[in-house]
Design a protein around this ligand. Structure first.
Ligand code: GLP
Length: 239
């Protein structure tokens, strides 16, 4: 894993968007995996500028998102679908049919996760962008998730529900389940970029850098991938 140190949020966003944009330029039909959370918002702002200021044919870009809350409609303001449209898709011209988002309202969860995994396999992820939870979760893969996991439904831990409650009116409004790409699904990406920002992610970064690979720390699986870039700020690094 390669560690890129940055001194602030803007620098992290620029570096991350550079990597994504390079992958987009290098591939005739780029397939990019996207993440939600506060951390990648700046990356999307930068990527929007790069895409719209270039002659890249956005019709050739395909995207897959990591996860979605079970039970939230795609237009719900706290859904990841809504987040992605607000922060990225509404500002670029990637065709709707190329955008893959898990459907939080899917009637049949099994069909939903199988179709999603199959679509990932058919497309092949050129790059996957990730954030990280305080407990080392990536996407919504909580500690204890099998390294072999494919797209599936998870029960969120109380810690994750609490962390994400800042976006909801009440703690009780936060869904307790989510659809998520699995750890194995994420590892299929040719390249992985993980953003680790802020002092409250220090422990998660340390655990990742310790090199100990354990299902108790979902992010630790990244030690087994051959092309991972960690972009972390000085606060997360502890400098
Ligand atoms: C959620 C998402 C993760 C994200 C994490 C951290 O749990 N499912 O993909 O990495 O939040 O979010 P933030 O960047 O807001 O700290």
């Amino acid at each position: 894993m390669k560690l890129v140190k940055v001194s602030n949020y803007e620098e992290m966003s620029k570096k991350a968007s550079d990597i994504l944009f390079d992958v987009i330029k290098e591939n005739e039909k780029p397939v990019i995996g996207l993440a939600t959370g506060s951390t990648p918002e700046g990356t999307y702002m930068e990527l929007i500028k790069k895409l719209n200021g270039s002659d890249v044919d956005q019709n050739n870009i395909t995207t897959f998102n990591l996860d979605e809350y079970v039970g939230l409609d795609k237009d719900h303001e706290q859904s990841y679908s809504y987040y992605m449209h607000e922060n990225f898709f509404n500002h670029v011209s990637i065709p709707k049919e190329n955008i893959h988002l898990l459907n939080g309202k899917a009637e049949n969860a099994e069909t939903e996760v199988e179709a999603y995994e199959q679509a990932i396999d058919e497309a092949g992820l050129d790059v996957q962008l990730l954030g990280i939870g305080r407990n080392g979760h990536i996407a919504f893969n909580e500690p204890g998730t099998s390294f072999d996991s494919l797209t599936h439904v998870v029960d969120l831990t109380p810690e994750t529900v609490e962390d994400n409650s800042r976006f909801f009116d009440n703690l009780g409004d936060v869904p307790s389940k989510a659809f998520t790409m699995g750890l194995n699904s994420i590892m299929k990406a040719k390249k992985i970029v993980i953003l680790i920002y802020g002092e409250n992610k220090k422990e998660a970064l340390n655990a990742l850098l310790s090199g100990e690979v354990t299902e108790n720390n979902p992010a630790s699986i990244l030690n087994n991938h051959e092309d991972v870039t960690i972009i972390a700020d000085t606060a997360a690094i502890g400098e």
